[in-house]
Design a protein around this ligand. Structure first.
Ligand SMILES: NC(=O)c1ccc[n+]([C@@H]2O[C@H](COP(=O)([O-])OP(=O)(O)OC[C@H]3O[C@@H](n4cnc5c(N)ncnc54)[C@H](OP(=O)(O)O)[C@@H]3O)[C@@H](O)[C@H]2O)c1
Length: 236
């Protein structure tokens, strides 16, 4: 039986990934604040030290789970704070980086520590964004976090390349999806986010992908055993 470990599976893309792997008969472990599933573990990624302990404890509780394949997906993320750099408070900056970078790194670390020796195909998937390689006025933290995690993931891939029980580390850009994150984008004040109209139009023109479709394509990318360290885009 496969094991899928997913952060931010309470809604949006993460929930679609949980559904997909459950439907395929995998065992799923999900981490979020609202923790709505009977396979959820509650945690708040804005408290990285606590989150790290929760990850390690949850992985240890799996014991010698004899998985045929293991996938860990760093999916949870937050957009806020939105606005020019001098407008956002130091506390809001710290929270964003705690969720999008620090806790994401601690998730990857705990995963590698717990599962390195498992003798089955293993993949760490970092859910990235076009914002990793393009700046957006008003999204400095979101862009910085996505860029940091793509390069962190590349570094894991290099570390893993010579290991006998390789963990394949990749990033995936899911493209724009119809989730609550896009709703939050459309609710941004124009004076804080100048590209607002472009995102409003994506929704009006029906160009936001259903998360279930994106989840299927991510699972296909993982199943194709992609080159470690790469950044893969969902095509639709
Ligand atoms: N939507 C898009 O168009 C788009 C485009 C490119 C990339 N992405 C990326 O795709 C991923 C999924 O996005 P989405 O649109 O599905 O987002 P979403 O609908 O806003 O869902 C975000 C998920 O992250 C969890 N989360 C947020 N803050 C958390 C915290 N402090 N502690 C624990 N969990 C937390 C939420 O769970 P709780 O609230 O229950 O804690 C939720 O399950 C993100 O990495 C995002 O950056 C999205």
């Amino acid at each position: 039986m496969g094991l899928a470990i997913i952060t931010g599976g309470s809604r949006g893309l993460g929930a679609a990934l949980c559904d997909l792997y459950r439907d395929q008969g995998w065992s799923v472990l999900e981490f979020s604040r609202s923790a709505p599933h009977d396979f959820s573990v509650e945690l708040d990624l804005s408290d990285p030290v606590d989150a790290s302990a929760v990850f390690s404890e949850a992985f240890a509780s799996l014991g010698d789970f004899a998985a045929s394949e293991i996938i860990a997906i760093n999916n949870a993320g937050m957009l806020e704070p939105v606005g020019p750099v001098e407008h956002v408070s130091p506390g809001a900056i710290a929270t964003n980086l705690d969720v999008n970078v620090l806790s994401a790194i601690l998730f990857a670390r705990a995963f590698v520590e717990a599962f390195q020796d498992h003798d089955c195909p293993k993949t760490f998937v970092n859910i990235s964004s076009g914002a990793a390689n393009k700046g957006y006025a008003g999204w400095s933290l979101y862009c910085a976090g996505k860029a940091a995690m793509e390069n962190y993931t590349r570094s894991i891939a290099l570390e893993q390349s010579a290991r006998p029980n390789l963990i394949r580390a990749i990033s995936v850009n899911p493209g724009v999806m119809d989730t609550s994150m896009q709703e939050a984008i459309r609710n941004s004040p124009l004076e804080l986010f100048p590209a607002l109209e472009r995102f409003t139009r994506l929704k009006d023109d029906g160009l936001l992908a259903p998360p279930a479709l994106v989840a299927r394509q991510i699972a296909e990318i993982v199943a194709s055993r992609p080159e470690p360290g790469g950044v893969y885009s969902v095509n639709r």
